[in-house]
Design a protein around this ligand. Structure first.
Ligand code: ADP
Length: 430
């Protein structure tokens, strides 16, 4: 354990000491009652300023989310929201500015809150979303100190995400070593892609050093491949392009349910334009920004991740819903570029499979915006995409006409469910 990690643990212990009794009990391991019948698993998705959680009831052959929520604004003005499994609001409150200053304090508060909600249930495992598994972790894995060290070594591959994903794992390993933890990777599902899909045309030694296309959003695509194949026959046998359109945006080519190409690459910057990320960019632009504008690597990184995409192009918002409601010329420009690039990238995914039998829209924009789905599908009419306008407007599951050569679907994703399933599988809990 390095000094930084030790300092983090000390910090957590201090936080626990100063927390209300409920929080202390939680963080030091007397959290939940131990009725063997009512087992639960906690799923955590930790970001730079947020900690999202879902709790699943683990019954034989049955995995049901009964609590979900998040703490946003960690380090600034934190806000805690939680709902039950049916979506009924249970808690919605802001903290004072200095109350939740780190992932650790957020975790302690969240566990304390969970304790009160989970009387009669035993927490038996925690599953985590971890952005990068590198070349080593091609499957979900149970985390111990050695695995954590190996995951720490991948921080340079995803410096903006990986440290935050690992923070609660580190805290729980120190405080609850008895509680099994499983890391599930956004990269893992793409591991089996053909070699040409994983390469950059750089000197080969860089590939061997790990500079290659990994792909992300793998838990979302895996969820589709596993659960939607009864609805979308092409996911079982055929050529499907899944469009995961959230704040982060990527596409995946699924051949018989396996990932064979995806738009994100070495980092989650590549491919389609996103809320604040640029998507594909001529590498020469980065060189030019450094040379002609004297921008540092950190300044370029910050701009490409936080100030670009829909936000940068529109100068209005990173939020698609706000752009669609705006009359500003920049909003129109950003939406048009988004649709244009998306259609180009869908065709690129289809080319990797020699065609496309089905197109699936998912995540915030894909699930909720008939306008974007319609605009993308209009641009893909030449490929045999025939949208059923009224089914699309109504938010139906199948939104193509009965005779459309390419079947088009709107299917909600559920990455947390996928993590919960992996956690059970790795720990043999069912
Ligand atoms: P994340 O990637 O952070 O999980 P989401 O999957 O929740 O994000 O997607 C967020 C995006 O979905 C935002 O751009 C938001 O505006 C968009 N979105 C949500 N509802 C709608 C809607 N009804 N119409 C258009 N866009 C929507």
């Amino acid at each position: 354990m390095d000094n930084a990690a030790r300092a983090q643990i000390r910090n957590l212990k201090a936080v626990i000491k100063n927390s209300p009794p409920q929080a202390q009990a939680t963080a030091t391991g007397t959290l939940l009652s131990t009725s063997a019948q009512d087992r639960a698993i906690l799923i955590l998705n930790a970001g730079s300023s947020s900690l999202k959680f879902e709790v699943f009831d683990l019954q034989p052959g049955h995995l049901q989310c009964f609590l979900r929520g998040q703490i946003d604004g960690i380090g600034h003005q934190a806000h805690f929201k939680a709902k039950d499994g049916a979506g009924l609001a249970l808690h919605d409150a802001s903290f004072s500015a200095d109350a939740i200053t780190s992932q650790h304090t957020a975790l302690v508060w969240m566990l304390a809150w969970l304790r009160a909600q989970m009387v009669g249930k035993q927490l038996v495992a925690v599953g985590h979303r971890v952005v990068h598994g590198g070349t080593r972790f091609t499957q979900p894995v149970r985390v111990d100190a050695k695995v954590l060290q190996q995951l720490d070594a991948l921080v340079p591959l995803a410096p903006l995400h990986q440290p935050h994903n690992l923070a609660p794992i580190r805290s729980l390993l120190a405080e609850r070593p008895d509680l099994p933890q499983v890391a599930c990777f956004d990269t893992a599902f793409h591991h089996g892609q053909p070699p040409e899909a994983q390469m950059f045309a750089l000197p080969w030694r860089f590939h061997e050093d790990g500079v290659r296309r990994y792909g992300f959003h793998g838990l979302s695509y895996e969820y589709m491949a596993r659960t939607a194949k009864s609805q979308v026959p092409a996911l079982a046998a055929g050529r499907t392009v899944v469009a995961h359109l959230g704040n982060g945006v990527s596409l995946c080519a699924l051949l018989d349910g396996k990932s064979v190409a995806t738009t994100m690459g070495f980092t989650a910057l590549d491919g389609c334009p996103m809320g604040t990320r640029c998507g594909s960019l001529d590498a020469g632009v980065v060189i030019h920004l450094a040379r002609a504008y004297g921008m540092s690597i950190d300044a370029i990184e910050s701009m490409l991740y936080r100030d670009s995409g829909l936000l940068g192009l529109s100068d209005v918002s990173s939020d698609m819903q706000e752009l669609l409601e705006s009359s500003a010329a920049g909003a129109r420009r950003a939406v048009d570029y988004f649709v244009y690039q998306l259609a180009r990238e869908v065709a690129s995914m289809a080319a990797a499979m020699g065609g496309m039998d089905a197109l699936v829209f998912t995540a915030g924009i894909g699930e909720n915006s008939p306008q974007i789905r319609q605009a993308v599908c209009e641009r893909l009419a030449w490929m045999g995409v025939q949208m059923d306008a009224s089914a699309n407007a109504a938010g139906a599951t199948q939104i193509s006409t009965a005779s459309s050569p390419v079947a088009v679907w709107r299917i909600p994703t559920n990455e947390e469910q996928m993590i919960a399933e992996h956690t059970c599988e790795v720990l043999n809990l069912r």
